[in-house]
Structure formats: structure tokens, C-alpha cells
Design a protein. Sequence first.
Lengths: 316, 316
Amino acid sequence: MSDLPFGHLALAEGEEFDAIRALLAVWGARATGIGDDAAVMDVPAHERLVVSTDASLEGVHFRREWLSPRQIGARATAAALSDLAAMAATPIGLLLALGLPDSWRAELAELAHGVGEMAAWACCPIVGGNVTRASELSLTITVLGSAAQPLSRDAARAGQALYVTGRLGGPGAALAAMLRHAVPDAAHLARFAQPRPRLDEARWLAARGARAAIDVSDGLAADAAHLASASGVALEVELAWIPCASGVDAERAIASGEEYELLVTFDEGSPPDVGAFEAEFSVPLTRIGRVVRGAGVTLARAGGRVDPPRGHDHLS
Amino acid sequence: MSDLPFGHLALAEGEEFDAIRALLAVWGARATGIGDDAAVMDVPAHERLVVSTDASLEGVHFRREWLSPRQIGARATAAALSDLAAMAATPIGLLLALGLPDSWRAELAELAHGVGEMAAWACCPIVGGNVTRASELSLTITVLGSAAQPLSRDAARAGQALYVTGRLGGPGAALAAMLRHAVPDAAHLARFAQPRPRLDEARWLAARGARAAIDVSDGLAADAAHLASASGVALEVELAWIPCASGVDAERAIASGEEYELLVTFDEGSPPDVGAFEAEFSVPLTRIGRVVRGAGVTLARAGGRVDPPRGHDHLS
């Protein structure tokens, strides 16, 4: 990894090398440039570097009984990659810093498989990492991407229309069920346990004139507020237009976090071809509102205004 | 930060924004490009991107009573930047993923000052981050740098000479004292608590023909073994030539970790001007051995061979 032997103070020498060997054995050719103090990479000519870091912790972002180790690895990687999707960037590398409790040591290979599978799915080489003994499991993933013209969340302007990818509410419904020790709907659980960052979808949207974008990690209502704040505009969202997961109402759908869908704006006069989008990706693209002058997010139903929801459930 | 609001599931909304505000208030202009899903940067034309991630955990890399919060922040940042020094790269950005226990919440500003001061010292903008509530303090720092021709640890060849920067042994002596609850020597403690990555020194060495390089994080003996292994060569180290901190013998000096000095090779016929180096940086540059055919590290004293030391002390 980038600092071989990585986690040099954290594990006794034998354990440390065992951990490294286990990761590299799982990742194979998906890990590149491993073995020096740092990885050396190239950003494609005429493109900008896009970089983000994201942490997933047991007890904060998930509970052990909810997810398999492989799902934990893949989900943490997907969450990090979703920040590249929000910028319409193409992944060029990721680094994993793993905090590994002794009680998780036996799951190291499965965690690595999860990270490796999502990295492979996104065509993203694993270029570095670090393993440290820790008291709780954590996966801190830094993603690097490139884009000629990255999308941003500060480019929404009055006169644009607001769109969202996918159907919302599944992760929130699954989380709510698991928190009350009920069995979640299988489709909802799949959306919670196996998110897919909208990388290809984001590039498609950017190539067709998307103006501003953000990924839906905190819930559509909250992320719409972040988009509005960053752009210095107001957003009007029509609740009746929200595309909802089966069995979920719009109020809950817009409070559901960790969706990893995209919220994007387009000029009113240049709307995206939603049919072509769905044909390409088998995922809906839905107009849910518009950008106006002002500040904040207004939720409307049949012309009337409703109160915004609270943020989605936290584990802690 | 790169994912505003960062640590979105980890802290209640008010706490989360408070943490962000506290960091940004401390960092001021040192934090750039904050506020979108990811940071957008440029790598200088004709240079390569160099990237590494490094974690510092309480109880693994330090104990709370040994260091001030400001030192903890600066030291974690220095350790990460040292991987860029090993590649002779110029820092262009860093991202901090902070795992913050409630018991450390009051120290957030001081931790941020430490990170910010070291970043400023290295002229490295802070481009992103993440804050998550955690049960133990952790700072996972990803550093980005650029270099036209990065140094690597796999370029040592028979016929080269081996050099090290600085004087070794201070961090190990301080750590040993603190582990036995003794008061460490002030100079040793300063080397442990306030390391300085050899960034300028590395570029100076690279510009003058350095062939292979590694930073001394695990102890000179261990890192020499990594260099030898990566390059497919053997290293002969003359113990009598090791530059030691005051009061430390060579055997202990070469087992002292977290030195963040540089171990570099030069062609025998093109040695660096050690006087000019010391005049420039007020740090010695010392020839300590040579590269030969074979494998592993041979320690010699007055022509005789001695056993290699064990790795340096681990906290866990």
C-alpha cells in the first residue's frame, strides 16, 4: 500500500504483514502501484483532479448485524464514490484506511472483497491504504477522480428545473425497520445494503447540460437545502412529484438518507430526455421542482405549502 | 469540507455544523475549495500526482498524556506529509478524516490548530475532510503532492552509497522513557512530539541525483530492509557511522521509529555535497553504508557483523 508496511505501529510485525497480504491477495490486479511510500498516478490531460474522503464506522453508519462484512466494504466504498458522482468525475483511484478491531480480524478478507468488488464495478484502481488496530471498525476511503468540467452544488440559478434520479425512500424505510427490530422489505434493504453510486448517470447528465448537482446522502430535503444554500437560491419541491420506493410516502422519501441518488438542475428551456435516461440506465429521472429567487426549500403539495421534515434517523 | 455537511450521519445536525464551523474558523484561508461534495484541484502541468493516506490513533500511535492536542494534530499531519517527502513530492493538498470521541470535543479547535499549523508550514492547503463521532480519537490524513520525477524505494542498485538525514534515536528514547513513566530528555521529546517532514530536503536531494528514497518511520533498520527488499538489493550499514541523538547508542538509534528522516541512495561517483546540505537545512546528511548485490540488511561495526535489532517499541 502507500506506506508499506502500512499501519506500521499498529500491528505487530507479523500481523501487519498478514493483513497486507490478505488485502492484496483479495484485490489482485485491482490494486496498483502498491508498495512505495505513496502511489504515483496521472490525471488525464486537460482534466481537473477531484478528491473527497468519507468514513464509515460501526455503530455510527451501520450495525454489524445488519450487513455482511462484504456489504460493509462495498457500501463504504460506494458512499465515497458517490461524492465523485456528484461532481460528474470519473474515478481514477481510491485509498482505504482501515481501523480493524481484533474481533473483526477474521472478516478482513470479506471486507476487502466488498471494497474490491465496488472498486472494480466503478473501474477504480485501489492505489493505497493503511491498516491500524482500532477499538471499532472504521473504513475511511479517499476517492480520486478527474473531470474536464466538474459539476458543483453552487451553480443552481432561478429559471432552472430540479430533477432527481431513482426512487427515494428505500434506505430510510429499511433503517427504520431495523431500528425497531423488524424485518425490512427486501427491496428497501437492498437499497440500504447495496447502494450503487450514480457515476455513469452523472456523466450522462453533465454531458447533456446539467448545471448543479449534489448526491442525496442526508435525505433529499436536507441535500436540497445544501444545494440552495451553496447556490444562493431557493428550491420549490412538489411532493406529489417525488418518485417513491414501493410502500413509502413522499414525506418519508425526502427524509431518507444514504440514497446516493443525484439531485441536479437543468435550464428550463433545455430539459434532459428523461425517457432516454431511463432507457440507458433502467433508473428513472424525474422533474420534482424548480429553482427560484430566495433562500431555503419550499415543499408544496397541490399548491399548498407543507412543513419540511426533520433530518433522517441517526444511529447515535 | 469535501462532503458538507461532513460526517453527516455521525453527529446530530447542530453538533455536526458546530464541528465544521470550529475547523473552518481555525483554518481560515488555509482551507480552500471547501463546501462541495469533493474538492477540485489541479496538478501542475508535466507533473505526476503522488498520494498517500496515514492514520494516527490514540492508544496506538500516542497516548493522550504524552502530547498536547495541538501536537497530536501537527504530528499526525507531519507523519502523513513525510510520505510525500519520501517521494520528493511537493504537497498540493490534504484531507482530514477525524474520528472524534465526546471526551475530545472540547479539544477540537486545538487539534485543528495543530493540523493547520503543520499544513501551513508545508504550504499545503486543506482541501477536504470528514468528522465522525467515534469511541477513540483518530486522525486519518490523506496527502496529495506532485513531482515531475517522484523518488521511489525500488531504485537502489549495487554501487550506490546510502545516506540518512538528521540524527536518529530521539523519538525512540522519548517513547521508551514515557513507557516506563520516566521524564524524557527534552530534546528527545521534541523529536517525538514535533517531527518535521523533510520536504524541502527531499527535493534538494532529488535535484542532486538521489536514486532511491524511503522515510524512516519504522526505524532505520526496518526501513532499510524495506528499501533493500523493494529494490532487490542488500544494504550494508556501518553502525559506527550512524548519526545518533545525544545519549543514544547506534543500536537504539537504528531501532527508533517515527523519525521522519530520509534514507536515500546516490551513485558512488556522484555523492551529494553534505556540507552544502547541512548549511542549507541545519540538518546533517551522513553516509552510513552502501548498496551491494544480495538481499537484506547487514549491520557492521569495525568490519564485524552484528545482529539486527528488533523493531521499535509498539504501544499495543
